[in-house]
Design a protein around this ligand. Structure first.
Ligand code: IDP
Length: 142
């Protein structure tokens, strides 16, 4: 067992369709425990900092516009091998390529409006969790 933490966003498209609960149900049913969560509306500066690795790419400006277009839910997920397992549960970036039964196959509209974010490595998870949560906002189960 390798208990890991990963960072997740329910993006503005899914929040706007009232799909928070459905997505949380899928996370918990997959054995991922939500140990921190909050709703917020990203500022342009927050979104730009979060997606800094994509600066200069053609999809960067529309991505920032999308991510600041409405509220998001940000959460920390904990579980065995959580980083890889949550990436598998999300499915590929483009929902047309996402495997059946994945979150993006079921909830994403397009490659940009793709419902969820998840960290892609232990280094990203640590950076992204610290970007949104202080240690005292994380509530592991006893
Ligand atoms: P990921 O979210 O699957 O890890 P990344 O390549 O890190 O994908 O891209 C970050 C986000 O940028 C994607 O989730 C999606 O919202 C958006 N994005 C990525 N590639 C494209 C694209 O080719 N067109 C439009 N939006 C894109």
């Amino acid at each position: 067992m390798t208990i890991e933490r990963t960072f997740s966003i329910v993006k503005p498209d899914a929040v706007g369709r009232n799909q928070i609960g459905a997505i949380y149900h899928r996370l918990e049913s997959a054995g991922l425990t939500i140990v921190a969560a909050k709703m917020l509306r990203l500022t342009e500066q927050q979104a730009q900092g979060f997606y800094a690795e994509h600066e200069g790419k053609p999809f960067y400006a529309p991505l920032i516009e999308f991510m600041t277009s409405g509220p998001v839910m940000v959460q920390v997920l904990e579980g065995d091998n959580a980083i890889t397992r949550y990436r598998e549960l999300m499915g590929k970036t483009n929902p047309e390529e996402a495997a059946c039964g994945t979150l993006r196959a079921d909830y994403a509209e397009s490659t940009r409006l793709n419902a969820v974010h998840g960290s892609d490595s232990p280094e990203s998870a640590a950076r992204e969790i610290a970007y949104f949560f202080s240690d005292d906002e994380i509530c592991p189960r006893d």
